[in-house]
Design a protein around this ligand. Sequence first.
Ligand code: AOS
Ligand code: ZN
Ligand code: ZN
Length: 425
Amino acid sequence: MIDDIEAHNDAATDAHEQALSAAGEVLAPRGVDVDAVIERIQSFEVAVPSWALQTGGTRFGRFPIEGEPRTVYEKLDDVAAIHRLTRATPRVSLHIPWDEPDDAGTLRAHADALGLGFDAVNSNTFQDQEGQEHSYKFGSFAHTDPAVRRQAVEHNLHVVELGEALGSEAITIWLADGSNYPGQMHLRKSFDRVLGGLRDVYDALPDGWRLFTEHKPYEPAFYATVVQDWGSSLMLANRLGPQAQCLVDLGHHLPNTNIELVVARLLTAGKLGGFHFNDSKYGDDDLTTGSIQPYQLFLVFNELVDAEEAGLDGFDPAYMIDQSHNVKDPIEAFLQTVDQLQTAYAKAVLVDRDALAEHQQANDALKAEETLKRAYRADVSALVAEARRRQGGALEPVAAFRRAGYREQVAEARADEGYTPPQSL
Ligand code: AOS
Ligand code: ZN
Ligand code: ZN
């Protein structure tokens, strides 16, 4: 299916090599080791969420495209295509029950054959599923009825068990629990109930596993959400123990929140578990990462690279994407996203940290800011493309994807009854 990457790269090579040498001419005199930066970009990996390979939608509707994956197996095929082009997405973050496999062993074998593994598994207690005994209308872990809380805990234990069978090593728990009106929910007691439920899940974690709590300020609850911000998430992680950490979804902050500062604080606490990358203009918009606020994304990566280079104890964030693709082809949106993430990472690697430290020490606000801006302004697109090429990926992933006609081919295959595996990936 996507087997003409070399031919595609050949056609794009001349222009790419000119761009790469032009970048070298700008960066080398600044003391930048271009090859070292390319190697750092090559080391960057991010997981693809199983829930975003079909077109998304809003509560007003969804506009599907032909060739969308129908099963979790087909979703993995699409992730393999993204990985083939980018060489940066070797793992899938699975949503349960939306992508619950009939048999974990079969799914794991399918992933193995595609060269894929599994990142954090995601539970779901924000919807009622068919045949479910108790409703989550008024909460799950925070519910006033112990039977509902037990059901939510059991579901999460099942997700951990399934994740273990798939080779995953973390669970992400986002709770929709909250209230729409003052007085509806006891603010302190609801938090205590959530902590109690999470403790039951935490106590059952296999060795080496991590539990991520994902905060979100509002939606679906519009008055008070139980795990509404990083402070609540950190309280939970601290109370639970060393295997509990916080997950930062970039879209889960009120307007103007300084997200890089949130990241810095969680790093200091040793509790930065991972990310859901996306971008937003207004709320939890789940737009393509870097599409709205690329400078903010760079500043987040600046904190991450700073921690990485400082060798911060326990620094090991799980990088994952959480987007909804309402108008773009989801595979193309992921190709664009990975490129945006690598770009932000590369620019953060370019920051002259010694100079920055000197300017900070001297309280030279202008020079300190300019140090960041200089790295941010650098054109790293050829370095990112070269990192892909060196690993066998595409110089221009979206162009290669379109030229390969992958979506058209799967549209045909997926119109048939049953599952037709792609012929080559
Ligand atoms: C919800 O707003 C959160 O971002 C979740 O992380 C995610 O979108 C959901 O769990 C889908 O699985
Ligand atoms: Zn999320
Ligand atoms: Zn979200």
